[in-house]
Write a protein that binds this ligand. Sequence first.
Ligand code: M6R
Length: 612
Amino acid sequence: MCGIVGYIGSKKVSPILIQGLTRLEYRGYDSAGIAVIEGNKIEVKKDKGRVNNLYSLDGIDDLKGTIGIAHTRWATHGKPSKENSHPHMDNDKIFAVVHNGIIENYNELREKLIEKGYEFISQTDTEVIPNLINYYYKEDNEKDNLKLLRAVKNTCMDLKGSFALEIISIREPDNMIVVRKDSPLVIGKGNGENYIASDIPAILSYTKDFYFLNDYEFAYLSRDNVKFYDTNLNEIKKITKSIEWDSKGAEKAGYEHFMLKEIYEQPKAIRETIGTRLNNSKICFDELNFTKEYLESVNKIYIVACGTAMHAGLVAKNMFEKLCKIQTEVDIASEFRYRDPLIDNKTLAIFISQSGETADTIAALKLAKSKGAKTIAISNVIGSSITREADNTIYTHAGPEIAVASTKAYTAQITILSLIALYCADILRRADIIKIEEIKQDLLKLPAKASKVLKNVEEIKKFAKRVYKEKDMFFLGRGVDYSASLEGSLKLKEISYIHSEGYASGELKHGPIALIDTGITVIATITDKALVEKSISNVQEVITRGAKILLITNQNLENKGFETIINIPEVATELSPVLSIIPLQLLAYYISKEKGLDVDKPRNLAKSVTVE
Ligand code: M6R
């Protein structure tokens, strides 16, 4: 959470910083601020509220400096206020710092600094950082040119928790230092200038060449150069990676919201995620290079993730069990990491994270690795933290996902997981070959079929208009339709603030059916041919109790009292959530829009959850 941006070059920095923050606002949006080196002073402009408020702050237009740092906040310590906004400075106003992450031992550090005479004006954990830098800088009697770097390094060694930091100082007005530990930060290399941001899309319009830092690597930037140091302050070499994303991917391109654009980008995201991996029925994963002997030794697969990514994992479980005959468990990362899961070197553990920065998922991966599991990370972001921890990384190619509500990442995740399951199934040969080939062929048809589903938008809009004032809704399904229902329910909750529950249809009469009353909206998904009769019976049970039904189906069903039916194309059941989720995403979107809510930046949420 929280977004940081930085620039060092010869252009006026304040517009670059504010524009960068606007692109990062999905990471946090309760306060924003910038710090710019102006001659022999650091000017800080900050306040609570959205990034746009910065334009109206006194004196912001007068800033002429060409080196600066910026921050958009998702409050953890201290409520949103001007004092708690970043950047923070030390007592002598020599250093300015922006921070993304949490300093767990800030109380202890604060007490120590207070004993030494330092004063604090905010309630944040961050304010200890500029003051510690101040302390170490003053203590240092060396005369070399690494004094600032040493003070930053010593400070970082005292910090417990997570941090991505940018530091500027009037002692070195032509430099900037950045460092990270467990929080994201990338450096974009320009010509006579360098950019820093929490993620790639924020600065993609300036450069496509990026440096990625590992934990505790310090980057010492000037306009023309970036030097890297380890914790012993020995210089280390790094090379840039070129990113192929189009900067337009991070713009709305005429859509009213990023979420809508990203829903419509799903056919492309699925197509590009399949890429050249599936050719004439042969599936290629050179990164994995699994042998039959290795796969036969695997006795358990764990799929671990959070939120939407975890829901994609639920869809994949079905495939790994059916096609590979390997017991597969799906777990929420924050639970998995603390429940002492049974893992050994026969475990294959797959971790899914769109951003690649989710703290719980990364911690879960580290745990599985330490217990001997082979680990695979599935991420959408090149060079993200999770990709540096896993034994193998497989990328989805959904392009930048900006809206807080995840849409195209989910369908791309199911696509890549299906490919992995089919790849393993081909090697293991434990399942019916005809079935495996059928799923492969259907995978290739998904992009065209997803485009077809998107054509149902008018009916969904109408339904959204009828139900947007409701307080509760239920999503029902069996098997893979249950997985899609959980995801549909999450989408509705997070952007429309309507309470909703996803239930396994057959479980309804074991309690939840007591909640069904006249007029309540139930969204039922029925795509599994083998379960149609049973699913219909469950829906009839709620109709009898007065529910109004939106039915998403790929079966030719007679209308037995459903309010609206959305027909979607048929596809192998294993893959059907890729299509059935699209109407549910659109429904959540149009309900949120009808309610006049901030679709892309729902309250209390941030795109990547880098704290526990
Ligand atoms: O970046 P990740 O895939 O690790 O994020 C996981 C969840 O935080 C994320 O999917 C979240 O649930 C979305 N807001 C759902 O739309």
